[in-house]
Design a protein. Structure first.
Length: 371
């Protein structure tokens, strides 16, 4: 039975008990949401619900009302999405947020678990779906006291499988390192790419912020900590390729802004930047203007953004349109002659999105060295 057939059956049913039986039989054979090509039907069944809303990537996490079918326990909402979309959402019932109880797909986010919708054309990358056993590297926790920032800094060094201290490795530095470990499947994802031969063995340095909104807001003290303190310490304690093309700096959202800012300040240290939904529009496009005013610094960029990141936090402010911001940034970079990949996907501002495209950035940076 399709959802339209369900509605038709409920319309012709005379008694409330008959309607409830029809709904119960339907619910026993259908998960939520129901996907019919690009048409998606979300439904929720509860005899106690007084009001039910959906909130998700496509609503900018603002509540969108679900329709109630009188004399039943059924609430529903119909949406249209691109065939390759991957979106996250929650249901709000009587003012309480919850996962969709009929959807087994769950995505972890920085704000707790979300229900996940993967459309028929969405292809999850092999490095996430392949559960094959692979050799794993070591994760070493460290901390240092930063003179530049005046406090203690935590970071993790992820060594590649079969690490050889006599062979120099490339190094990828990650802003929001704890979240990349917890929510983006590092270092397992890196180990998989190395095991499959997609990239050469590399060291991942996952750096945890203490106050991310301050530190990642084009903060020069944080930039000096990374460049003057952390990078020299890593180079002194591990066998690294101490050259700009041997170092990548990767970040998401505010972390993507700061990654591009640090490379702009010290392009002799970082020659590779991965920006995932970067907040390049911050402070009236200050970063973009900074790059526009400089010559080509020889940095290579891999940038991704989600189609549903045009109005973050539903503020309506142009600065919160990350899609337009990335387009402006990429245009400036291309006009300057930079090597840049800039891509947009039908997804939202989520770690599930950034995790899925992290391998793309690493292959862009270092895959050619395998040929």
């Amino acid at each position: 039975m399709t959802f339209d057939e369900l509605l038709a059956a409920l319309e012709t049913a005379t008694f409330v008990t008959a309607k409830q039986r029809i709904i119960r039989d339907f619910a026993n054979t259908h998960e939520s949401p129901i996907v019919e090509d690009t048409r998606v039907i979300f439904f929720y069944i509860s005899p106690d619900a007084r009001e039910v809303y959906l909130e998700g990537d496509w609503t900018n996490w603002q509540p969108a009302a679900m329709a109630y079918l009188p004399d039943t326990s059924l609430w529903y909402r119909v949406e249209q999405f691109p065939r390759a979309a991957r979106l996250e959402y929650r249901i709000v019932v009587n003012g309480h947020r919850r996962l969709d109880p009929r959807n087994p797909r769950i995505a972890q986010s920085g704000y707790g678990p979300h229900s996940e919708l993967a459309m028929p054309g969405y292809q999850e990358p092999r490095e996430i779906t392949d559960g094959s056993r692979i050799d794993r590297g070591l994760v070493e926790p460290h901390w240092m006291t930063s003179r530049e920032l005046g406090d203690r800094r935590t970071f993790w060094v992820c060594l590649p499988p079969h690490f050889d201290p006599l062979k120099r490795c490339r190094v990828a530095y990650f802003n929001d390192g704890g979240d990349y470990m917890r929510l983006a499947d590092l270092p397992r994802l890196a180990d998989y790419l190395i095991a499959r031969g997609d990239v050469p063995p590399f060291i991942a340095v996952l750096v945890k912020p203490n106050d991310r909104e301050k530190e990642y807001a084009r903060n020069n003290a944080h930039a000096r900590f990374i460049v003057n303190e952390l990078v020299p310490w890593i180079d002194a304690n591990y066998p690294t390729r101490a050259e700009r093309d041997g170092r990548a700096l990767i970040g998401a959202s505010f972390g993507g802004l700061q990654a591009a800012h640090i490379a702009r300040r010290r392009p002799n240290v970082f020659g590779l930047v991965g920006g995932q939904s970067g907040y390049y529009s911050y402070q009236n496009d200050a970063l973009i203007k900074d790059y526009a005013a400089a010559p080509n610094l020889g940095i290579r960029f891999h940038l991704v953004v989600g189609q549903y990141e045009t109005n973050l936090n539903a503020t309506g402010r142009p600065e919160m349109n990350l899609v337009a911001a990335q387009e402006r940034f990429a245009r400036v970079l291309r006009d300057k002659g930079y090597a840049v990949i800039s891509e947009e996907y039908p997804e939202g501002h989520q770690w599930g999105f950034w995790r899925a495209h992290l391998g793309d950035a690493l292959r862009f940076f270092w895959g050619p060295y395998l040929k």
